[in-house]
Design a protein around this ligand. Structure first.
Ligand SMILES: [Zn+2]
Ligand SMILES: [Zn+2]
Length: 421
């Protein structure tokens, strides 16, 4: 058990807290620090998803009130990396990080996939560092800045700097004080300025994921969300075939080649390694969360809603829908509460079936509705309904001609014949 523990700064990452512990402990070697914190053993200090948190929590004096769960969720990148995995996988990853064998956890959550060229480095915001030294006498590593796909500081709107050496350079069980790390520019100023809007948006998403535990869903639900949004954008057929060429070209246009060049996304290959295609497959393994974030932003979906609100494809808009029976008291009034939507495979279009409960008149039309006038279109009459039948019979009883009834009621002569015989 250790006798003190540094109070974490705002959004400080565990590695940084432990490095500050090392510095203050007066330990002359990382080995002794590892003894203090983890009872020795072979620890591979990982900055993003560190394991052995049960032992660490036991070694921190109880009065500080840390549990292994809190350490993992508040001071590592766990929340970010587990946002798009299902509840079962998230729990599995949590247990692995609590225990002493965290090997494989990166693969489970998709963090093993390299998504940017510069991976495994320390990153800092030069202005945050300056302010922290002024305010606290020391700077620290921020969680959000250590995410490989984060390139800027949202608070100061400047590019982050990156360490000259990768983290592994400092040794397997190291807790390098920030003072000893040298930093260099990461992205050019031009790239930063040209793409500021994208950088800021992606940072906002990541901040949200780090500080909130999302309502985890499985990949089938996630894929459905994407497909329904693509259907709304006419980038996916009603039956579910994604117009991948159009999606890709729009995606590239949306972000621009310069911004996308920062990521290793495999957009341009036409085979199965094409990641957008892969993400929309019925079955896939977990992918790096940045891929979801880029897609969600491109599709214009609100991140919080993505996890909490099912995206429904509504080719006929929201109900209630109108009755189009001219002789119904509710003609042109929104009285149809629910409709049936099917897909016409040969036309590759959705077909809506609208039934008025008041008169029984039922019609269908192909969608999607693209303008207000479409709401008044009858593609095909499925059944004319009770109200019509009564009307035809009543006119027939008066002895008027079929042609007259047809004209008067606006239905075909054959239909009239059907009901007067
Ligand atoms: Zn900053
Ligand atoms: Zn009606």
């Amino acid at each position: 058990m250790i006798s003190f523990f540094p109070a974490p700064y705002q959004d400080e990452i565990l590695y940084s807290i432990l490095a500050r512990y090392h510095l203050r402990s007066g330990n002359t070697s990382y080995f002794t620090t590892n003894e203090d914190l983890y009872n020795g053993g072979i620890i591979t200090s990982s900055i993003d998803l560190p394991s052995n948190n049960n032992i660490l929590a036991e070694n921190i004096p109880k009065l500080f009130g840390y549990t292994a769960d809190e350490i993992i969720k508040n001071y590592s990148l766990f929340n970010y990396y587990t946002s798009f995995v299902d509840v079962h996988e998230k729990q599995l990853a949590l247990e692995m990080l609590k225990g002493n064998d965290g090997r494989g956890v990166h693969s489970i959550v998709g963090a093993a996939q390299v998504s940017v060229k510069q991976q495994g480095y320390f990153k800092i915001c030069p202005i945050c560092c300056k302010e922290e030294i002024q305010d606290y006498g020391e700077a620290y590593l921020h969680r959000i800045h250590q995410i490989p796909e984060v390139f800027i500081c949202s608070k100061h709107q400047v590019p982050l700097k990156i360490s000259k050496q990768p983290i592994y350079y400092y040794g397997k069980n190291s807790y390098v004080p920030l003072l000893e790390v040298e930093f260099k520019e990461n992205i050019t100023n031009d790239l930063f300025i040209n793409n500021l809007e994208h950088f800021v948006a992606i940072n906002q998403y990541i901040e949200y994921l780090l500080s909130n535990e999302v309502n985890n869903k499985d990949y089938l639900w996630i894929t459905d969300q994407y497909k329904n949004r693509l259907r709304e954008l006419c980038l996916c057929t009603p039956s579910g075939r994604v117009k991948i060429d159009q999606v890709e070209s729009r995606f590239i246009k949306f972000y621009g080649e310069e911004f996308l060049s920062l990521f290793d996304l495999n957009i341009y290959s036409s085979n199965i390694t094409n990641w957008i295609k892969y993400m929309l497959r019925i079955s896939r393994s977990n992918v790096n969360p940045i891929k979801h974030l880029l897609l969600i932003r491109f599709l214009g979906i609100d991140l919080e809603e993505f996890f909490n609100k099912t995206i429904k494809y509504k080719p006929f808009g929201d109900g209630p829908w109108i009755c189009l029976n001219k002789i119904c008291d509710n003609y042109c009034k929104p009285v149809i509460e629910s409709i049936e939507v099917n897909y016409n495979c040969s036309k590759k279009k959705p077909v809506g079936k609208f039934k008025c409960e008041c008169c029984g008149f039922t019609y269908a039309r192909c969608g999607p509705d693209v303008c207000e006038e479409d709401k008044y279109k009858i593609g095909k009459v499925i059944t004319i309904g009770e109200r019509y039948k009564e009307e035809i019979e009543s006119l027939a009883r008066k002895g008027v001609s079929i042609r007259y009834i047809s004209r008067e009621l606006g239905v075909g002569q054959n239909t009239v014949k059907k009901y007067i015989l």
